[in-house]
Design a binder for this molecule. Structure first.
Ligand SMILES: Cc1cc2nc3c(=O)[nH]c(=O)nc-3n(C[C@H](O)[C@H](O)[C@H](O)COP(=O)(O)O)c2cc1C
Length: 352
C-alpha cells in the first residue's frame, strides 16, 4: 500500500462508514486511487465460463452498486469486477445507519437492502463502459415487487447486452424472504426463466448464481443439483452471513449480513462442500473474508477457480486486488504449480 493510500484510509476510518464509502467512490471518480493496472501471468490466466481472465481476483458485488466507477476500478488491478445489485425500480434501501465497521474483527455488518438507482440508469452507465476488462452485474429484486423472479429477468433484459456475466443474487439477507428463492422448486423456476432470457440476448453471457453461507449440507446438495440441471455457468459462494459467532466488536448486535474475516471459515466450508457435490462440473467463485494471497490460495485449495473480495478493501485499500494477484502467483509457484487450475480443489478435505 502506498503512503497516499495509507493516509486516505486513516481519514476514512474517522468518518461514518457509509460516508467513507461515498468518499472512496468520489476518489475513484477523480482519479485519486491506485492505477497500477491488471497483474497477469501465464500461471494466473484462465478461461472460466467462456471468460478470458487475466487473473482470478475479482471485486465482489455491492462496492459499486450503481456502476459509477467501472473504468477506475478496472485500473486498480482486479481481474474482473461485479457491479450492482441492480433492481428494476430505483430503491432507497433501509434507514441509516445501515453499515457498521467491526474493526476488532476486521469485518463489517450491512443492512443496505438493495439501495440503487434502478436498472435504467445502471444500463445507461454500463452501455458507456470501456470495452476492455470483464464486468458483471449482480441482479436483484425490488423489496415491494409482487413477483421477484420476474425482477431478475427484467434487469437482465435491460442490462444484459452491456455486461460480460450476470449473477442471480438470491442470497442477500437484507431483503425479506429473498433467500427463500434458494429452495429447489423456486430456484429451478427462477434460473430457467433467467437462462431463457439470456438465450434471447444479443450476447450469450454466462449466468452465475450467488448463494448464502447459512445453508445446511442438504440445501447445498440440492442447489448443486439444480445448478447442474439448469446448466448455469458458475456458482458464487458466498454472500454475507447472519451468524455472529466469536465476534469482539460492539457492533455485533446490529441486524444485517456479516462480511470480512469472521466469514472466511464458514464460507470456505460451504465452498468445499459445494465443490465436492459438483465434482468439477461447474466452476465456483469463492468469496468471504479474503484479505491476503494466502486466504485466496486457501479458497482455491477448497475448490474455487476464481475469488472475489470486498470488505478487506476497507482495511487494506484498493491496491489489495492487485497485491493479492501478485502474491498468489508467487505462492502457486512456491507450491510447485505451473498453472492455477492444478491447485483448484487440492485441499478440499481440509474444509469438508
Ligand atoms: C456493504 C456491502 C454491500 C453488499 N452488497 C451486495 C449486493 O448488492 N449484492 C451481493 O450479491 N452481495 C453484496 N455484498 C456481499 C459481497 O459481495 C460479498 O459476497 C460478501 O461481503 C463477502 O465477501 P467479503 O468478506 O470479501 O466482503 C455486499 C457486501 C457489503 C459489505
Amino acid at each position: 500500500m502506498k503512503i497516499v493510500e495509507k493516509l486516505g484510509l486513516k481519514l476514512l476510518y474517522k468518518t461514518d462508514p457509509e460516508n467513507a464509502h461515498h468518499l472512496a467512490i468520489k476518489a475513484l471518480k477523480y482519479g485519486l486511487t491506485p492505477k497500477a493496472g491488471v497483474y497477469t501471468s501465464k500461471r494466473l490466466k484462465q478461461n472460466i465460463a467462456g471468460l478470458e481472465l487475466p487473473n482470478p481476483i475479482g471485486l465482489a458485488a455491492g462496492f459499486d452498486k450503481n456502476a459509477e466507477v467501472i473504468a477506475p476500478l478496472l485500473n486498480t488491478g482486479f481481474g474482473f469486477i461485479e457491479v450492482g445489485a441492480a433492481t428494476p425500480e430505483p430503491q432507497k434501501g433501509n434507514n441509516k445507519p445501515r453499515l457498521f465497521r467491526l474493526n476488532e474483527d476486521q469485518g463489517s455488518i450491512n443492512r443496505f437492502g438493495f439501495n440503487n438507482e434502478g436498472m435504467l440508469i445502471i444500463a445507461d452507465r454500463l452501455s458507456k463502459r470501456p470495452n476492455k476488462g470483464i464486468v458483471g452485474l449482480n441482479l436483484g429484486a425490488n423489496k415491494n415487487s409482487s413477483h421477484r423472479a420476474i425482477d431478475f429477468v427484467k434487469v437482465l433484459e435491460t442490462c444484459g447486452n452491456f455486461i460480460d456475466f450476470a449473477t442471480v443474487n438470491v442470497s442477500s439477507p437484507n431483503t425479506e424472504k429473498l433467500r427463500d428463492l434458494q429452495g429447489e422448486k423456486a430456484l429451478t423456476a427462477l434460473l430457467t426463466g433467467v437462462i431463457e432470457t439470456r438465450n434471447q440476448l444479443g450476447r450469450q453471457i454466462p449466468i452465475f448464481l450467488k448463494i448464502a453461507p447459512d445453508l445446511t449440507s442438504e440445501e447445498i446438495s440440492q442447489i448443486a443439483q439444480v445448478a447442474r440441471h439448469t446448466r448455469i455457468d458458475a456458482i458464487i459462494a458466498t454472500n454475507t452471513t447472519l451468524d455472529r459467532t466469536n465476534l469482539m466488536s460492539k457492533h455485533q448486535i446490529q441486524t444485517g449480513g456479516l462480511s470480512g474475516k469472521p466469514l472466511f471459515e464458514k464460507s470456505t466450508r460451504v465452498l468445499a462442500k459445494l465443490a465436492y457435490e459438483l465434482e468439477g462440473n461447474i466452476p465456483i467463485i469463492g468469496v468471504g473474508g479474503i484479505d491476503s494471497a494466502e486466504a485466496a490460495f486457501e479458497k482455491i485449495r477448497a475448490g474455487a477457480s476464481l475469488v472475489q473480495l470486498y470488505t478487506a478493501l476497507v482495511f487494506h485499500g484498493l491496491s489489495l486486488g492487485r497485491d493479492i494477484a501478485k502474491g498468489l502467483d508467487s505462492l502457486l509457484e512456491k507450491n510447485g504449480y505451473d498453472h492455477i487450475s492444478q491447485a483448484v480443489g487440492s485441499g478440499i478435505q481440509d474444509y469438508l
